[in-house]
Write a protein that binds this ligand. Structure first.
Ligand code: ADE
Length: 243
């Protein structure tokens, strides 16, 4: 997979040299390009933002540097069937979930555009959406200072789903969100630690009983912590009044 990132803080992404994503880059599973948006400005101050039309607080990122930089990145990718997916992290976007990560892990080319300030001029999204695929994606209902940290989280979530990146692919199957539920609790040795014992069923060797216990734990944990993830019939929220 080829990933391009456009940002005014390229140095943010040096951490992508380490850990699983770093290894995936070394082995050629992920090819990463980080580009400085300011390289596409043509004034003395390398200006990337300006005041908003209609007034209001804050600054808006100007469309021209984005247009020049994105055109160059897209052209450098050559022609693929559907072209890259352009992803702009934004608190005003669709929610990023494991399903989003899975969809994007199947793409050959992703381009991430990191906005700052009050966001990017809307015409950038409209222009590229007219001829290609553009997604505004939010990490959650809170506001970050810019898209960089969100892009790092998304790349980690997407990258680990690319075949070969995670050594043991079975570990991807039994984790939170893969089956729509939260993961069951895990234990390792010693069997007793500071008075807390490993649940006996896990040491029983009875695989059927272990699988049943884990499923029960997943359901209990999900209904306690994240009832919104349960299908309506199983959740309090989905129950009709009086039920
Ligand atoms: N940029 C600012 N806040 C964000 C959020 N919650 N998710 C993604 N990108 C953002």
């Amino acid at each position: 997979m080829r990933i391009d990132i456009l940002t005014i803080f390229p140095e943010f992404f040096s951490v992508l040299d380490v850990s699983l994503v770093g290894k995936a880059r070394q082995s050629g599973l992920i090819d990463l390009g980080v580009h400085n948006l300011r390289d596409h400005t043509h004034d003395r101050h390398n200006t990337v933002d300006d005041t908003p039309y209609g007034g209001g607080a804050g600054m808006v990122m100007k469309p021209e540097p984005w247009g020049e930089a994105l055109d160059e990145i897209i052209a450098s990718l050559g022609t693929t069937d559907a072209g890259p997916v352009l992803i702009f992290p934004s608190p005003a976007g669709e929610l990023f979930t494991q399903k989003t990560a899975r969809e994007l892990a199947g793409e050959p080319n992703l381009v991430f555009g990191c906005g700052r300030y009050e966001g990017i001029d809307q015409r950038v999204f409209d222009h590229y959406a007219a001829t290609g695929r553009v997604r505004l994606i939010s990490l959650g209902d809170y506001v970050l200072n810019g898209g960089e940290v969100a892009v790092m989280a998304m790349i980690e979530a997407i990258g680990r789903l690319i075949p070969g990146v995670v050594g043991n692919p079975e570990s991807l199957v039994e984790e939170s969100h893969e089956d729509g539920l939260l993961e069951y609790p895990s234990y390792t040795k010693p069997p007793s630690w500071r008075g807390h014992d490993v649940p006996p069923v896990l040491r029983s060797g009875n695989h059927g009983a272990i699988a049943a216990w884990r499923r029960e734990q997943q359901l209990e944990r999900t209904s306690r912590v994240r009832p919104d993830l349960l299908p309506p019939a199983n959740s309090e929220a989905g129950a009709k009044p009086g039920e």
